[in-house]
Design a protein around this ligand. Structure first.
Ligand SMILES: [Zn+2]
Length: 316
């Protein structure tokens, strides 16, 4: 579960020193918004050992090398070595060297720590700690055309300004009036979160209903009590929520904006960190989301990113 990849295109540089089969490559830039609307924070990679995976992340075959990831300023660098005493390692070395910039690189990772926040005026997902499993050369364009487009992102729906109402609230009734088979633009006017594992045109893929829905399905004003109640659920009320912890902030942002538009102070989003720590210790404090045994408050998720290889250096 939870493995994502990010792919990146860039130039390859071969250098003359170093052991045969060795290479180094800058594979990610930190502190910028990537095309997944993620910002990888300095320190997210740290230093860790990684596999060099066969072409296109072919997990069926053995790794073709190993390496170490480090950070250098705003760049993440992998220093690796192909296993030249294997046919596959030698083949990868030869092909990677020959292709130079006619390839892309992709890494497989799990999110250990992350959250939603604002970066340069844009709502982004901050990746604060990543476990990188492997780095792989991939066919140019493959990441964009196949993997990245197919990326599954469990994301809060963007905040918006709409009319608000303090009318009585019945979430299930409003949800029931929402039409089936509409597109995401429609459901964005009713809900605050979409599950990308579900189809975008299926009502059941959406959660956190908080807008009034008229007979016939027309979306209307954000309901103040609906927003307050949804924040209560985010905070573990009524059994809590099953959305990833990393998405809670974004959903809260959406709901809080409606409340502020109505001149109301939104209820605080409670940190679940202490709850998670307790769960890890086996204390089991009953917080709704802590039941799946994850050691961290942040879900493990799949992401796909473009990596630019700035430099790939190997000895001839
Ligand atoms: Zn809304």
């Amino acid at each position: 579960m939870g493995m994502e990849t990010k792919t990146y295109r860039g130039r390859v540089e071969v250098k003359a020193d170093g052991e045969q089969g060795e290479f180094s490559a800058v594979f990610a830039t930190l502190n910028v918004i990537d095309h997944d609307e993620d910002v990888t924070v300095p320190g997210a990679f740290g230093e860790q050992r990684v596999l060099i995976e066969p072409w296109n992340h072919n997990y069926q075959a053995p790794p073709v090398g190993r390496g170490t990831i480090t950070e250098d300023g705003d760049q993440a660098v992998v220093n690796g070595k192909f296993f030249l005493d294997t046919d596959a390692g030698r083949e990868h070395y030869t092909v990677v060297k020959a292709l130079e910039d006619m390839q892309e690189w992709s890494y497989t990772f799990r999110i250990v720590d992350g959250d939603i926040g604002m970066f340069e005026g844009t709502e982004v997902r901050f990746l604060r700690k990543l476990e990188v499993i492997g780095v792989s050369p991939v066919t140019e364009g493959a990441g964009i055309d196949t993997h990245t487009v197919a990326i599954k992102q469990k994301r809060p729906l963007p905040s918006h300004s709409t009319a608000t109402t303090d009318a009585a609230w019945d979430g299930p009734a409003n949800e029931a009036r929402a039409r089936s088979g509409e597109d995401e633009a429609y459901y964005k006017r009713i809900f605050a979160w979409r599950d990308p594992d579900g189809a975008p045109d299926v009502k059941a893929s959406y959660k956190f209903v908080h807008h009034m829905v008229a007979e016939g399905g027309a979306p209307g004003a954000a309901n103040i009590r609906g927003c307050q109640s949804a924040i209560g659920v985010l905070n573990g009320g009524r059994g809590g929520t099953t959305i990833p912890d990393g998405d809670r902030q974004g959903v809260w942002n959406h709901l809080a904006k409606h409340l502020r538009d109505a001149d109301l102070e939104p209820p605080e989003l409670k940190a679940l960190d202490s709850a998670s720590d307790g769960a890890a210790d086996g204390a089991g404090d009953g917080e709704g989301e802590a039941g799946d045994g994850k050691p961290s408050g942040v879900p493990l998720r799949d992401v796909q990113v473009q990596l630019d290889i700035l430099k790939l250096s190997m000895e001839v």
